[in-house]
Structure formats: C-alpha cells, structure tokens
Design a protein. Structure first.
Lengths: 311, 252, 283
C-alpha cells in the first residue's frame, strides 16, 4: 500500500517539476507568438521597408524603424568602443598586476556599478553627466576635434554621446568580470614560458594571456553588446529622443527601446501600437542573435568555466 | 674549466616558509650538472632562483648571491629581464604558445628583442630547430600551430625557443617527466649534444637519467644541498649516508 | 633609444594604464553615490514615506504609494516565479540530463537575455489588453518573468553542488525520491537558493521598463490588484523627466531609498545567508 502511494507521489512530483521546466519553454514560445501576432498589422502594411525607412509619422500613420535601429546600434557600438579598452585594463590589472589584498575590495566596487538600477543611472545622467558634457566636455571636443563630422553641430548635453558614455559605464562590470574569469583559466606555465624568455610583465601578459584568451574576450565583448542593446531607462533619459539620423554624436537620437518606452502608452490606433511592437520584435531578434553568439564563444573557450560563472 | 654560475649562501622563502637553506654550489661551464633529490627537497625552487623566476610568485623572496660569470644577478641594479634572456628555461610540462605557429613560437623571444627582419628570423629559426633535432620534422609545416605536435616534439620546440635568444645557461626542470621513453631518449641525446656550447643544469627525479647525461650531480634534501660531486663518483661511492640512502632507493 | 629602454617604457606605461582604468571606473561610482547621498538623503523626511504625491506642480508630498507598490509588485512576482523557478531548477538538476533539458536550458538563456521592455510588451499583450486596464497583476507577471531564469539557474547550481552520496544514502534508507529531493537535497541547498532569490529580487526592485505599460503607475493607492499601481522606479523616472525642481529633489530621495533597499537585500544575502551556508556544507 505504502509503495503505491510513494510511487504516486514521486511520479506526481516529477511531473510537477517537468511542468515547471516546460513552462519556461512555453513562456518563450508564447512571447514570440504574441509579439508576432500583435505586430502583424504593421508587418503586413510595411513589409521589409519597415527596417529601412526613416519616417516615423504617427499622424500620417507611416512608420519606419531605421532611426531607432541606427540609434540603438550606434549608441551600443560607441559604448563598446569606450568600455572594451577600459574593461580590458581592469581585467588585466585585477587578474595579473594588482597586489592580492587589493583584488577583493576593488572588484567588489566595480561590481557595485552593476547593481545600480538603470533609472538611477538615468537620473544621474540627466542632472550630472549631461550638464558636465554640455559645459565642459562637448565644448572641448568641438573646439579641438570639430573638424571631424562626429563632433560637429550644436550640443545640448543630451544626445548620442551621452547615451554612449552612460551605456559604457553600465556594461564595464559585465565585460571586465567575464574577461577576468577567462584570464584566470590561462595556465600559469604559459606566463612562465614568456617570462623565462626575458619578457617584461606587459609582454608576458600580451604573449601568454591576451593571445590565449582571445575567444573568451570576444564572447565577453559580445555579451556586453547584448546588454547595451537592450538597455532602456538610462538611455531614454539622456539620448534626447529625436527620431533623426545624424552624423554628429552631439545630436539627439532615439533607440528601439526608448521609442517603445516613450510612446507605447501614447500610441493612438492599432497600427501605431503594432508598429511599436514590431520595433520590439526587431529588438528581440537582434539581442537573441547576439546573446547566442556570445554564449557559444564563451562556452567554447572555457567549457568548464561556463557553469561556474558565479557573481 | 671556469665557473659559469657560482651560488653562495642562497636561501629562498615562500612568505615565511624557508624552502632553501644556505646553498653553496659552483656550476662549471659547458657541462651538465644534475640536481637530484626527493619531492619537496627544493630542487625546482633552486633552479628557479637562478633565472630569477622564483620571485614571480607573490611573497616569494631570496637572500644570498648568485654569480653569473662573476656578476651577482641579484644585485640591486640588475634587471631580471636581462637575466632571464641569458638563462633559458625548459619546463616540466611542454608549454608552447598555443595561438602561435611553430615558427612564431621559436621567433617569439627574438621578436621581443626587436629582431623583426624576416631573413634574420628565418636563419635563426632554422638553426635552432636543427639544434633541437626538430627541423626535419617540421620544416614543411612551420605555420602549423604549436599544439599540433606530439608531446616530445612540443618539448623540443620549447628547447628551440629557448635557444633562439642565445642564452649562456639553460635550465631544465624535469623536462622529460611528462614524456614517453622514446621522446625522453631523444631529449637526453639533445642535452648531451647541447653541452658542447651551453652550460646546463637539469633537475630530475630520475636517477638513471642523471647518471646517463650529467657530468656533475648535486643531491638536495629538505632545502639543503647535501652533496655535490662528479656523477660517476656520486653514484658509485657517495660520501654522505643520506645520499647513499636516496640513491639506493631506500627513500624518495 | 635602444630597444631595451623602449620595452621598459612600454611595460611601465601599459601597467600604469591598466591601473588607471581600474581607478577611472571608480569615478562614476563615487559620483553617483555621492549625489544620491547628498541630494537624496537630505531630501528625505517622514512625509516622504507617509504621504502620497501632490498634484502636478505642487510641492511637498511623498512616495508612500510607490514604496508600497514596489513591495507589492515584488510580492506578486515572487508568488509565482519562485515556486516555478525552484521546481524548474529541481527538474534541471535531478531529471534534466536529456534533450528536453537542453531545450529548457536554451530557453532559460534566451529568456534571460530578452530586454526587459520586450517582456513588458509581452505582459501588456497577455494581461493589459484582455483586462482592458493596467494592473499590478500584469506588473507582477512581467517582473516574475525576469526573475525566473535567475531563480532556476541558482536552484540548479546549488542542487548540483549537493553531493550524490547524500541522495544515495536517503534512497537507500527507503525514503521516496520526492521526499529525498524536497526534504533533504533542497533543504541542504536552501541557503544558496535563498541567496539567489534575494539577488533576483534586488534586480527586479530596480526595474522600470517592464512596468511602464503594465503597472503604469498611480498617483494614489491602488484599490485592487487589477488596477494600475505605483512603483518606486517608475516614480523616480516620471519625476526625473518632469520640469519641477521639487519633483527632482524627490526623485533623488527615491533613488536613495531604492538603492538602500537593493543594498539591504544584497547585504542580507551576503552576510546572513552565506555564513549559514558554509556551515551546512561542512556537515
């Protein structure tokens, strides 16, 4: 009697856990379905042109997502350009150069940056970073580098540059901590091989660590890119929210996440809403591809580290 | 026969733990000196003190003198980088740089020292790979990755890499312990030939190996050097009882 | 200059540059914290915690409903996401070494990488459209979706760390598999799992984007869970982009409270749960 009851409970329990696990799969599938269904009106009306048109005109009901795609990509790439060298420097310092007693506290503080909510970054961006850019940094760039098209034109403090800077601060903890993990998988006899040849400490890092960790580094960078692409609040608060494509980094811009955040609740009419949802769909696919690529790279280089990446 | 390396009162520490106690030893030039002893006796620590690799470990310190042709390598003005170029090292586990080709592995040290011209590099690469008895096996695949070679070949590649920067002394830290007998034999043969031009110190836990290839042997125990002498004498009639016990296999 | 000097200069320069990168990164950290502290903490008073927001443009008032709203949303999301996450994690650790498990793992990774605003859209289409109203429920759903990957992954990791011998001993004693997993394995891994849950909560406490069109925000206390509800990050956002100085002050105060909540949760998980976890491991 007890045996039957136990087997019943066991089977039930196993089914419950399986159901929970499958629900996650169902959630993802359901999300995709809902997005596609609700974006359908816009998809049917605009087709592929949606991705290549710059007009975003709610009045004339003509929607093209190009300014947002441009804004998202440019702000994220800018963030990477700033964040990658700095993250590399941090990872090198913490993994190879810093005295042992500094490593714990310093890495804690850098991780702290990751814990700050996006909206607080945005708040700081509006009231501290943007004014600083407007009064100090942008005039400087305009004066000495104004011959470059990216530093031309009027500056307001908010804009593409501000968004890129704030995004870079937000993704530095991610890139640097994964890079550091990858560095720690480099066997110490690689470094010793370089040092024994008479290499300086930097040359040993370059020869033994950086080269060995290339693939993992790339994975960390791509993962950082994925996070930058999906970032919403901080960017919305400092990017200026204008659906224009401009060569200058001083100009205001708009990202996919920002336009959804700003206009979703104000969207009049089904086509408008469905166009916004289609923007969300595009964002979904871009981040999906990037994240899969990142996982594949990190997994390839440090298969045993994969499951152990703990924060 | 000159003294290539003269060690006086060398003591080495890991933090507060003392790993080497007042070592005094003279290594003669263009000969093979073997360092033998049981695990943990300090033989690896010893040779790492000679090319100033010991201090790379955090909290590791050294006291005493190591004279390379009369010059103390630990005197304040001396740069470890210079020393490490002059004193090459081959490690226990072969460690070629995996992302570099065979050619680039050998040329790595040369490029660090600013030699970049293709012709110069070609000449050196061929010379040292020949010296390492590897040239014939790899001359057609110099662009292949360093990792595409077998264990024994990788170790010979590492030896070629060390030879490329024209060292005066070469240190071998149990170079064959990760290799099969045939590769081991090839490397022993290689070391035997190299001693015509280089001073060699080899750490080994294999006494037969020491007996085969070395001219002098030093026996280390618990951080001290117990005995140093001509290999033949050491293995037939050692002076110290502890040496005799180790050699006859009573411990270790 | 000879090559040797050049190499030394490059060495010192690059090492200094690496050090500077680390220090340079602390600058925004210090800036953010000092501003939140100076502008936020000074604007805090009792009325901040007890009063509702004043009408647009009028100074004074507080964020009591926003703080309460955040707590309620956290509660709602934990209500469904924690059990599902733990059960799912149990599946992955105990039964999941098969094709289905790989598919689940892939889905969890995908879910984890979806931008939170897209999850907000999903919650909108799933709840707000049919209900024809913004609601705490839709907000709780969105936040829960964000929580699930973290809870599931942590549960799986912690369960995998429990040694097999423990499971085998229990089964050999005749204890059913279900009771083994729940009563013994899960219990041993519990501190670690709770830490994971707390960290997930710390993360969703600060999430704004998915709430923009689900919880939506409310100037008053919500009357029921299927009405719009205020939330702290939402309120900070609305106040920050407004043209009113007094609201800006309150935004900083809100940021201070938000960061305090997040820090408190992280500290609890680090110092209260962890030491206990180490103890249970040594047993």
């Amino acid at each position: 009697m007890m045996g039957i009851k136990t087997r019943f409970v066991d089977a039930g329990f196993q089914k419950a856990t399986t159901a929970a696990a499958l629900s996650v799969v169902a959630l993802v599938a359901l999300l995709l379905c809902h997005m596609i269904i609700h974006a359908m009106p816009a998809i049917q009306k605009f087709g592929w042109h949606f991705l290549f048109t710059s007009t975003w005109d709610p009045v004339k009901q003509n929607f093209g997502a190009l300014p947002f795609i441009y804004g998202t990509i440019v702000s994220s790439v800018l963030a990477l350009l700033i964040a990658v060298p700095i993250s590399l420097g941090i990872a090198i310092y913490l993994a190879e150069l810093a005295p042992l007693f500094i490593r714990g506290p310093l890495s804690f503080f850098i991780e702290l940056l990751a814990a700050i909510p996006s909206v607080v970054y945005g708040l700081w961006g509006i009231f501290v970073l943007a004014p600083f850019l407007r009064s100090d940094m942008q005039p400087f760039l305009s004066r000495y580098f104004g011959f470059l098209p990216i530093f031309q034109g009027a500056f307001y403090g908010v804009g593409m540059l501000t968004a890129g800077i704030i995004l870079s601060i937000m993704i530095i903890p991610t890139i640097s901590s994964i890079t550091r993990e990858v560095f720690l998988t480099v066997p110490s006899n690689q470094r010793e091989a370089a040092l024994a040849l008479g290499a300086t400490r930097w040359e040993a890092i370059r020869l033994a660590v950086l080269a060995y960790a290339r693939t993992g580094l790339l994975g960390a960078v791509i993962l950082g890119l994925g996070r930058a692409l999906g970032e919403t609040m901080a960017v919305t608060m400092v990017i200026g929210n204008r659906a224009e494509i401009s060569a200058s980094l001083f100009a205001p811009a708009y990202t996919m996440a920002s336009v959804i955040a700003n206009e979703f609740t104000e969207a009049t009419g089904d086509l408008y809403l469905s166009a916004l949802i289609e923007v969300g769909l595009v964002l979904f696919f871009i981040t999906l591809v990037i994240n899969i690529a990142a996982r594949a790279l990190i997994w390839r280089v440090s298969g045993r580290v994969k499951g152990e990446i703990r924060k | 026969m000159e003294d290539e390396v003269r060690v006086s009162d060398l003591s080495a520490y890991f933090g507060d733990t003392q790993a080497l106690k007042n070592i005094n030893i003279a290594i003669k030039e263009k000969m093979v000196t073997a360092i033998i002893g049981p695990s943990g006796c300090g033989k690896s620590t010893f040779i790492r003190c000679i090319n100033r690799m010991h201090e790379v470990v955090p909290n590791a310190t050294v006291t005493g003198k190591v004279l390379l042709r009369g010059q103390d390598i630990y005197s304040p003005g001396v740069d470890p980088i210079e020393i490490r170029r002059k004193i090459g090292m081959v490690f226990q586990k072969p460690n070629p740089f995996p992302v570099l080709s065979i050619y680039d592995n050998v040329a790595a040290g040369l490029k660090l020292n600013g030699i970049r011209k293709r012709d110069d590099l070609d000449a050196v690469v061929e010379r040292v790979l020949t010296m390492a008895a590897l040239w014939d096996e790899v001359k057609d695949k110099l662009d292949a990755s360093g990792m595409s070679l077998s264990g024994g070949q990788q170790q010979r590649l590492c030896i070629a890499r060390a030879l490329a920067v024209k060292p005066e002394v070469i240190l071998f830290d149990e170079p064959c312990s990760a290799l099969d007998p045939i590769s081991t034999a090839k490397i022993e043969e290689l070391i035997f030939r190299l001693k015509q031009d280089y001073t060699i110190i080899i750490v080994t836990h294999n006494m037969q190996q020491a007996a085969r290839i070395s001219d002098s042997t030093a026996f280390f125990l618990l951080g001290e050097m117990i005995e140093l002498g001509k290999t033949q004498d050491m293995f037939t009639a050692p002076h110290d009882k502890r040496t005799e016990a180790y050699i006859t296999g009573r411990f270790g | 200059m000879n090559i040797y000097r050049k190499r030394k200069i490059i060495d010192v320069t690059m090492r200094a540059a690496a050090f500077l990168c680390a220090i340079f990164t602390l600058v925004p950290l210090i800036s953010i914290f000092s501003y939140v502290l100076s502008r936020g903490a000074t604007s805090l008073n009792l009325s901040f915690f007890t009063h509702l927001p004043r009408p647009v443009g009028e100074p004074g008032g507080g964020m009591s409903n926003a703080i309460g709203g955040t707590l309620i949303l956290i509660g709602l999301s934990c209500l469904w996401a924690v059990p599902m996450g733990i059960l799912g994690g149990v599946y992955m650790a105990e039964f999941g070494n098969n094709r289905l498990g790989s598919m689940v793992r892939f889905s969890v990774d995908v879910l984890n990488g979806i931008p939170s605003i897209v999850i907000g859209i999903f919650a909108y289409t799933l709840f707000v459209l049919p209900m024809k109203s913004f609601s705490a429920i839709s907000g709780g759903f969105a936040l829960g979706v964000i929580m699930i990957p973290t809870v599931m992954r942590t549960t799986e990791e912690m369960l995998r760390m429990v040694p097999h011998t423990l499971r085998e001993a229990a089964l050999a004693l005749g204890i059913s598999q279900a009771r083994t997993i729940v009563g013994i394995v899960l219990k041993t891994a519990l501190p670690g799992i709770v830490t994971g849950i707390l960290l997930a909560i710390a993360r969703i406490a600060g999430e704004t984007a998915p709430l923009l069109f689900t919880a939506f925000g409310n100037r008053f206390w919500h009357q029921s869970l299927n009405q719009p509800i205020a939330a702290l990050p939402l309120q900070i956002f609305v106040y920050a982009i407004s043209p009113f100085d007094d609201w800006h002050r309150q935004a900083w105060a809100g940021a201070f409270v938000l960061i305090s909540i997040v820090s408190l949760i992280s500290l609890i998980s680090r110092f209260v749960i962890r030491p206990r976890y180490r103890f249970s491991q040594s047993r």
